[in-house]
Design a protein. Structure first.
Length: 213
């Protein structure tokens, strides 16, 4: 897989470290030749891959990772039925269980009554926004899952340097970027980080391909 880039930003070095791994010279040569031929980054995916790690371009030379799907927009607001069953663990067909949840949340939302039509309306904005800013931000989003995946492999969270101690880019982890923003994500800075990371995943036996988006 590849991504468009400016020739002047493509970095070719003797070797590139990612954690304890060095990018072999033959991979660099192939990447260099592919860049000359196509003006792209060459990312050599593993055979028989089972999941996809998307590298979503944020700026020239900067990619943010998401696991399983490229993130183009926030998930759609669910119905109360969907929210209760999939986010609150409430069996809405169990009248006693549903009534108990309504009673516990009576001060937060005006729900219930004799009709259950409200279950098919959109969940309250306050409930959904709170979820997006909390559990979704640090656990459920494709970006948070990508961070958890990469960190779990103990890959470098630092600047990556070649054997001559020259910087070729960074792999950076963010566990919230401010006291009011709890978004968790990982970013690559520098075009050579992407083929280096793909090589490292293959070396670890991970059946994960990297796709730029």
């Amino acid at each position: 897989m590849s991504s468009r880039l400016s020739r002047r930003h493509f970095l070719i070095t003797g070797a590139s470290a990612l954690a304890a791994c060095f990018l072999p010279a033959d991979i660099l040569r192939r990447a260099h030749q592919y860049q000359l031929d196509h003006d792209d980054i060459l990312i050599e995916e593993p055979s028989g891959w089972k999941q996809t790690l998307y590298a979503n371009m944020q700026d020239e030379g900067v990619w943010q990772f998401s696991l399983g799907a490229p993130t183009d927009a926030l998930p759609e607001v669910p119905t109360w039925r969907n929210w209760l069953e999939n986010y609150q663990g409430v069996a809405v067909d169990d009248r006693n269980e549903l009534a108990e949840w309504i009673w516990k949340n009576r001060d937060n939302y005006r729900l219930g009554g004799k009709s259950s039509d409200w279950l098919d309306s959109d969940v309250a904005c306050s409930a959904w926004e709170n979820y997006l800013e909390s559990e979704y931000a640090w656990r459920d989003s494709p970006e948070a899952q990508a961070l958890d995946y990469l960190a779990g492999l103990k890959l470098a969270n630092r600047e990556i340097r070649d054997e001559s101690d020259r910087s070729v880019g960074k792999l950076k982890y963010y566990y919230g970027i401010s006291p009011c923003n709890d978004w968790h994500f990982a970013e690559a800075e520098g075009e050579l980080v992407l083929p280096a990371l793909q090589y490292r995943l293959r070396e670890l036996g991970e059946r994960t391909r990297i796709v730029t988006a």
